[in-house]
Design a protein around this ligand. Structure first.
Ligand SMILES: C[S@@+](CC[C@H](N)C(=O)[O-])C[C@H]1O[C@@H](n2cnc3c(N)ncnc32)[C@H](O)[C@@H]1O
Length: 291
């Protein structure tokens, strides 16, 4: 079945207080993640159509997976550490949670131990220990950042948190729900090609620059170029032709309006940290493009 692409652009201001689809509480991800979508869950659920599988090519900390109720999920990200961790949590369940919790101790919350464990993490191949340490680094590192240098070495500085929280309950919920999910470490273009009629794709890519002074495009050790943004819009249109519904989050500006021409646009303001220390806050305009 071929589904046409809507030719209209609508600006719809959604109300702020909306309940998530058939879910009373917002489930928090167990990882800190730049661009995490927890705060936008009510808005996203409002526009997310029903389908036989949800595909997330940019799953990050999985806020959307945790707060939706599809029978099956295909969850993907280009960051191999993220996918390695999710796969071990799904496989290992409470055993893996116990192993991970052992790194969360007072003696491990010092600069010296943090850097030693970071170095050890960088020396390891993908596996259970690297997965557990990725969670330790995420919760003990600066501002929940995830950053690698050009050689792929994880290089986030120590975070100086008083007592980093070990997210046992959040991990248990994730592991339970992961039974419905398949995790893959792949580029979004390949992931979107896997979509089939009746699927829904929610895309939360690294955003285009909101302005010349504010942008953040590096999550793994690759950057998300304007060509990637263009390819994403093209992949969305190709998926729609297969009978797949696609929703994309991004900044709302002239660039994205051009990219998502033909989609229905839901536009709204969100509060954003605009400086590294998180003290300066500002409202920026975002959109959900619905194909
Ligand atoms: C804005 S974050 C997603 C946040 C997620 N929705 C959440 O709630 O945590 C964007 C994600 O895209 C991933 N990413 C970057 N380039 C990618 C690519 N080419 N293919 C797939 N994923 C990519 C990053 O690793 C990052 O996790």
């Amino acid at each position: 079945m071929v589904i046409g692409i809507s030719a209209t652009i609508q600006i719809i201001q959604l109300p702020i207080q909306i309940k998530a689809n058939s879910l009373d509480v917002i489930r928090r991800p167990f990882l800190k993640w730049a661009g995490g979508k927890s705060r936008l869950i009510p808005r996203i659920n409002k526009v997310l159509p029903e389908g036989n599988r949800l595909i997330e090519p940019f799953m990050g900390s999985a806020a959307v997976f945790l707060n939706t109720d599809f029978d099956r999920y295909l969850l993907a990200d280009i960051n191999p550490d993220l996918i390695n961790l999710f796969q071990f949590l799904k496989k290992g369940n409470s055993t893996f949670i116990d192993i991970s919790s052992e790194y969360f101790s007072e003696k491990n919350n010092t600069e010296k131990v943090y850097y030693a464990l970071r170095e050890h993490f960088n020396s390891l191949d993908a596996g259970k220990e690297r997965a557990a340490l990725f969670l330790y680094l995420n919760r003990h590192g600066y501002n929940g950042l995830c950053r690698y240098n050009q050689k792929g070495i994880y290089n986030v500085p120590f975070g100086r948190f008083k007592r980093p929280y070990f997210p046992a309950k959040e991990m248990e919920f994730f592991a339970q729900k992961a039974k419905r999910a398949t995790f893959v470490c792949e580029d979004f273009r390949k992931v979107m090609q896997r979509s089939r009629q009746g699927n829904v794709i929610y895309c939360d890519p690294p955003y285009v620059a909101a302005s010349a002074t504010a942008y953040f495009t590096q999550y793994a050790h690759q950057s998300f170029t304007p060509q990637c943004q263009q390819d994403l819009a093209e992949s969305a249109k190709k998926s729609v032709r297969k009978g797949v519904k696609v929703i994309i989050s991004n900044h709302d500006n002239a660039v994205t309006r051009r990219l998502y021409e033909g989609a229905t646009i839901h536009s709204f303001y969100v509060q954003r940290n605009i400086s590294c220390d998180g003290e300066k806050r500002k409202k920026v305009k975002e959109l959900l493009a619905c194909y």
